[in-house]
Design a protein around this ligand. Structure first.
Ligand SMILES: [Zn+2]
Length: 510
């Protein structure tokens, strides 16, 4: 038991364990879950952190990383050119949750939350008549969820789905609330039962160490971890979620943000070595201006581990989906599969903490599974993470959110998508959110063109600190030919539009 688990959480956990056992699994014929209100539909958003569309076989990657997703896609709307709004967790997730671009919500830096006006402008606020529940493995996302806590019916503590989090409750107390209650007081409250406390805390430490050790043989590179000793198993989180969903009042909005395939990449033994010596062909790309000179061989190894880690989440998502389908939950639930940003292993850049904005970092998967869906639809027009919130409100018949930058996604929107619509992404991880934009990377995708504008990077880019790149994503999806010196008019127009945006969002901070 970690010190941060409150007495209330402890009892809740004990109660949850017994609840999950006492509720019988639903049969397919059950249709709506108990407590469903008329024809209202649930929403279940599943985010896998740092999952790049570039590395997903469903989107054309030559390694077969997502056999389950490919199978399930036959019942989904599949978005092929979906862009995160930022290239790391903070801006990316904040945009997913608020429906606005980072320059508005101002979550720029690692320790930033969203700006004050957005505390009541989240997906949880928009679904205010729903039972709203959220969990994240990623502490940066936990910060946002804490900010939105007033709009959450149930905020699952970070510790709950760690391997070292709640196991002791289940193992020692066997669902007996009364014993759990007394034992908690004696363990956690220093004034009561000191000797008992020492005994239990030692036992707990041993239990945790052994629990992690137990799973070492299943993970050759290491048991999945978030930071330090915060180990987790995706299997355990998925089992917990299966039970949680069955016990939830309806209609519900669930947001669940899981760590894989975020680094450290720790493939399960079933997938470790799966892509070893598979002869993967990679387009050769020169080192970037923002390269951190990673040896090519190391990048190949890391890429292989990342790809094998994707197989793990693909299996677990498949397992969750199959369970929800057979238990009848999907009859009246929208399921969303997406990510907060991507990851890259090329041009001398590995990971996602970089000023660069190449496609592997910024293009993410989006699959929307409509309730009872039986057919596949493919959407190729560019779409953005900020579109998810207005789309979910639209398809569930909720009132629109008047603050969002996004639009209702095809095919759910009443009119066809504008092929020349502007899609932005933005990051400024070294900038002060309470000031005008000093150092930033901005992206504007319009039709086939992608313009990237770097500004304020004096150390990396020299005297004026600026760089503009232009790629034709249709003819050059690998971004090998920078057209900025050839297509001068296109650059001029797109850059003007992007700079107008900067001027607009700078205004309140001048
Ligand atoms: Zn992330």
């Amino acid at each position: 038991m970690t010190k941060s688990v409150s007495r209330r959480d402890f009892l809740k956990m004990a109660a949850l364990t017994s609840l999950s056992i006492s509720i019988p699994p639903l049969t397919k014929s059950a249709g709506l879950l108990p407590g469903a209100r008329g024809d209202e539909q649930n929403v279940l958003v599943i985010v896998f952190d740092a999952l790049s569309a570039y590395h997903i076989s469903l989107y054309g990657y030559s390694r077969k990383t997502t056999p389950n997703l490919a199978r399930l896609a036959e019942k989904a709307v599949v978005y092929h050119n979906h862009f995160a709004a930022g290239s790391f967790t903070v801006p990316g997730t904040a945009s997913l949750l608020t429906g606005v671009y980072p320059w508005k919500h101002r979550a720029f830096r690692f320790e930033n939350g969203v700006a004050k006006p957005f505390l009541t402008k989240s997906i949880f606020h928009a679904f205010d008549s729903y039972y709203r529940v959220a969990y994240s493995h990623n502490p940066h996302v936990v910060r946002f969820l804490s900010q939105f806590a007033a709009d959450l019916t149930k905020f699952i503590p970070y510790e709950q789905l760690l391997l070292t989090g709640t196991g002791l409750v289940q193992a020692l107390f066997q669902n007996d609330d009364d014993i759990a209650n007394i034992s908690w007081s004696r363990t956690m409250v220093k004034d009561e039962g000191v000797s008992y406390s020492l005994f239990l805390s030692n036992l707990y430490k041993m239990y945790n160490e052994n629990k992690v050790k137990t799973f070492k043989s299943y993970f050759p590179i290491g048991v999945p971890t978030i930071k330090g000793d915060d180990h987790y198993l995706l299997e355990e989180a998925i089992e917990w979620l299966k039970n949680e969903i069955q016990a939830m009042p309806q209609p519900f909005l669930g947001y669940f943000h899981f760590m894989p395939p975020h680094d450290p990449y720790t493939p399960h033994i079933d997938f470790f070595g799966y892509f070893e010596n598979d002869g993967l062909k990679i387009a050769e790309k020169p080192d970037d201006r923002f390269a951190s000179s990673r040896p090519f061989e190391l990048m190949l190894t890391k890429r292989k581990e990342y790809d094998e880690f994707i197989l793990y989440l693909d299996r677990e998502f498949g397992r969750l989906f199959d369970h929800l389908e057979s238990s009848g939950v999907l009859e009246n639930t929208w399921v969303i599969f997406t990510s907060d940003h991507g990851e890259m292993f090329e041009r001398g850049i590995q990971g996602h903490i970089t000023p660069a904005f190449y496609q592997p970092l910024i293009r993410v998967p989006l699959l929307i599974f409509p309730p009872g869906g039986t057919a596949r639809t493919d959407i190729h027009s560019p779409t953005s993470a900020v579109d998810l919130l207005p789309t979910l409100l639209h398809v569930t018949g909720q009132k629109t959110a008047d603050w969002v930058d996004g639009v209702t996604l095809p095919p759910f929107a009443p009119s066809a998508p504008d092929p020349e619509r502007n899609i932005y992404a933005f990051q400024a991880y070294r900038s002060d959110p309470d000031s005008t934009l000093k150092q930033a990377t901005g992206m504007l995708v319009k039709g086939k063109y992608k313009l990237t504008y770097y500004s304020g990077y004096y150390d990396e880019l020299g005297a004026d600190g600026k760089l503009v790149q232009l790629f034709d994503l249709e003819s050059d999806p690998e971004e090998l030919n920078d057209l900025s010196s050839l297509e001068k008019d296109v650059v001029k127009n797109l850059l003007l539009e992007l700079k107008e945006k900067y001027a607009e969002v700078n205004e309140p901070y001048l």
